[in-house]
Write a protein that binds this ligand. Structure first.
Ligand code: UDP
Ligand code: MG
Length: 351
């Protein structure tokens, strides 16, 4: 299934940059300049795939103009906001390069670092991720919660998900093809790359602050991502619910025994209202919490069994331009099954 499509020594590699965009109007002009510069510096044919994730500002208008003028640029417009992780997936599905680099559009993932990622890839690493050694301009709260999350995830999963690593990474062709065969709806992309193995390496970088626009990951979206990450990579919460439930049941049994003992021997009772209320509400709370944990997994299964496409494409621009497709690669059925509108139907206004 998985072809080993390495780069031959005498052929320069092809690169694909994948950039998810959600309301990034303010930063786009700078981004485009930096990307052009990067394309110039890279030693092979490069395409930059912008994935518009349902932006409501002028991002799309700007990008369409840029893509029309710049032969290296492509644009995928999703039909609505599907979320960062899905936008990345859409871009990777369309990528034709031997190495695919995913980076944020807000310049917090500095384009120059891509050159370091490429250098590591050439040393023979299939997946090269950029590790944040310093995070500027982020509140202590974000750093603290992010740190806590990575450590918790490390404890709860058997998969090696590297710490302080976001979605800024380079992946080779083998990893890309593996990724395309992973159909799950619940996509925690950095975990998926951690799961697949291969030779992986890290390149450290200092993450600058966002200079334009605002973060699209407010607190609740981060919690959401963290919960999805844990549910899709760990069964620990279920086990915890089981053992927690057993522990509480043991305590309840002990208390029951005491209550019977007290009743039989009439050791100073009638009272007991407080303890009853405390115990009942405690048990109800724990019960609801554990049902909720189970519900998370059931919800996740529900999303999987519906087998909906992962995303819907509204419009593609720039893709008809010469990209040397690898033999047979675009015909894979598993890829079609997760794209809302297959790339060859006439409804898709292909420019
Ligand atoms: N993004 C996206 N869809 C979303 C949210 C974010 O495509 O629903 C993009 C966003 O435009 C940016 C990247 O994902 O390019 C990372 O988002 P952001 O910089 O807001 O996250 P942070 O760096 O604050 O964690
Ligand atoms: Mg950012």
């Amino acid at each position: 299934m998985i072809q080993s499509i390495g780069t031959e020594a005498n052929v320069s590699p092809r690169y694909s940059l994948v950039l998810p965009i959600y309301n990034e109007e303010q930063v786009l002009p700078r981004l485009v300049e930096r990307i052009k510069l990067l394309i110039h510096q890279l030693d092979g044919e490069t395409e930059a795939i912008f994935v518009d994730d349902g932006s409501r500002d002028g991002s799309v208008r700007y990008l369409r103009r840029m893509v029309a003028a710049e032969p290296h640029f492509r644009l995928i417009e999703l039909s609505r906001n599907f979320g960062h992780q899905i936008a990345i997936t859409a871009g990777m599905d369309a990528a034709k390069g031997d190495a695919v680099i995913v980076m944020d559009a807000d310049l917090q993932d500095p384009p120059e670092v891509v050159l370091d990622l490429v250098a590591k890839w050439k040393e023979g690493f299939e997946i090269v991720y950029a590790r944040r050694v310093k995070r500027e301009g982020e509140s202590w709260f974000k750093r603290f919660t992010a740190g806590l999350f990575y450590r918790l995830l490390e404890k709860m999963t058997s998969v090696d998900i590297p710490r302080d690593v976001g979605d800024f990474r380079l992946v080779g062709r083998k990893a890309l093809e593996t990724f395309r065969q992973m159909p799950e709806q619940d996509r925690f992309v950095r975990g998926m790359f951690g799961w697949m193995g291969f030779k992986q390496a890290a390149v450290p970088f200092e993450r600058p602050a966002r200079t334009h626009g605002q973060t699209k990951y407010p607190f609740w979206k981060m919690v959401h991502l963290a919960v999805h990450a844990i549910v899709s990579f760990s069964e620990q919460p279920l086990r915890l619910a089981l053992w927690g439930g057993l522990g509480i049941s043991a305590l309840a049994a002990a208390f029951g025994a005491y209550a019977i003992f007290a009743w039989v021997f009439e050791t100073g009772i009638v009272a007991g209202w407080t303890s009853t209320v405390v115990i009942v509400s405690l048990l109800c709370g724990i019960n609801l919490f554990m049902t909720g944990v189970v519900g998370l997994y059931v919800g996740s299964i529900h999303a999987e069994v519906k087998r909906r496409p992962l995303y819907v494409i509204d419009r593609l621009t720039g893709f008809d331009r010469a990209v040397r497709a690898l033999p047979g690669e675009s015909r894979r059925s598993h890829r079609k099954s997760r794209i809302g509108v297959p790339a060859n139907v006439p409804t898709l206004r292909q420019l």
